[in-house]
Design a binder for this molecule. Structure first.
Ligand SMILES: [Zn+2]
Ligand SMILES: [Zn+2]
Length: 347
């Protein structure tokens, strides 16, 4: 019997004849509890719901679980840690975690079923960055690639990360020079650490962030990064030197913290979504993302060179169409799969 797979509140695999079920990045406790094992690619909360549940057997990198704990203040339970680039046998299936870029500890997962080798990217970035390496390409032949498609649409505007970083730097420096406190909304986990690392390198500036970002920064530093920052929640108002202070706020924060209310501020936001939306409430919106953009996703798919591609998250139909057109590979969104693929159909 062939291995079956589909998207059902997570990427689900059914191995016959044993009726073994595995799920990657489950999005409900129920879906995960019904499976024999759950795999978590990385700590972002849309992928990591299974961590704090005693009843769910989880496999992840140790770093993903630490970052989850820093991000959510919840404990990961019943988790077995998996090392990168080491094949493990889990419930009689060989499984290998390889680096995904994106965040520290983020993995792509390769499942070696008897009839099919299936790679699932989770979220990936393919650029070499300061805080994360680029996504690895699986060494083995991949039959099925399930790739993320968050920004898998050709007409989204992304400049090179180096150029976007340079324009962030310029915006910060200009505001400091004018005695405005630059205030940037940015994702706690991933983008914040990359931008802190970059600004630490380029500029002598005191960076202040919230407690949660601070907890995540600590995990990055335990892994050999050298991030320098302060916490604004324990900041005494008089300590803020407007000519050399930069404030990072959580991405969704609307209100300024009280200590900033007496200062002249300029606000910007750093998010990949700025490639789609104007964010007119901010003076500047920088389309910087720790996700691969459309061209980078195409390059990754090409490098993996699978027999068939399934797309997931974001612009799944658009990316599948571009893959079919530009790479001449069969591709479709995994969520629209009408029925499970059989071995015969596959070949
Ligand atoms: Zn993510
Ligand atoms: Zn995601």
């Amino acid at each position: 019997m062939p291995t079956l797979f589909k998207y059902d509140k997570g990427v689900k695999f059914l191995k016959k004849p044993e009726d073994l079920t595995l799920i990657a990045d489950p999005t409900t406790v129920k879906a995960a509890s019904e499976c024999d094992a759950s795999f978590i690619t990385h700590a972002h909360t849309d992928h990591s719901l299974a961590f704090p549940n005693e009843g769910i057997r989880v496999y992840s990198t140790e770093l993903a679980s630490k970052l989850f704990e820093g991000l959510t203040s919840r404990k990961a339970k019943n988790t077995e840690f998996v090392n990168f680039n080491k094949t493990m046998n889990i419930n009689d299936v060989d499984v290998r975690f390889i680096p995904a870029g994106h965040l520290l500890g983020a993995a792509q997962i390769v499942f070696y079923f008897e009839d099919l080798t299936i790679a699932y990217t989770g979220d990936i970035s393919t650029d070499e960055m300061i805080t994360v390496p680029k996504a690895a390409v699986p060494e083995d032949d991949i039959d099925i690639l399930i790739t993320e498609a968050t920004y898998g649409k050709g007409d989204l505007f992304f400049d090179s990360r180096e150029r976007i970083k340079a324009s962030i730097l310029k915006w910060v420096a200009d505001n400091l020079q004018n005695n405005n406190v630059p205030v940037i909304n940015i994702g706690h986990l991933g983008p914040a650490q990359e931008i802190i690392a970059y600004l630490n390198e380029m500029l002598s500036v005191d960076i202040y962030c919230d407690n949660r970002t601070s907890e995540i920064n600590k995990v990055y530093n335990e892994e050999g990064q050298n991030l320098q920052w302060n916490r604004f929640d324990i900041l005494n108002d008089s300590e803020l030197k407007t000519e050399r202070s930069l404030i990072l706020l959580p991405r969704a924060a609307k209100e300024l913290p009280d200590f900033l209310k007496t200062h002249k501020v300029s606000r910007s936001i750093i998010t990949g979504q700025a490639s789609r939306f104007a964010y007119s409430k901010f003076e500047q919106a920088f389309p910087f993302s720790m996700h691969a953009n459309c061209n980078e996703l195409l390059d990754h798919v090409k490098a993996v060179n699978p027999q068939k591609v399934y797309t997931l998250y974001g612009f799944d139909s658009e990316l599948a169409a571009i893959i079919r057109q530009k790479l001449q590979l069969p591709a479709q969104p995994i969520k629209l799969s009408k029925k499970r693929l059989t071995l015969e159909e596959f070949f």
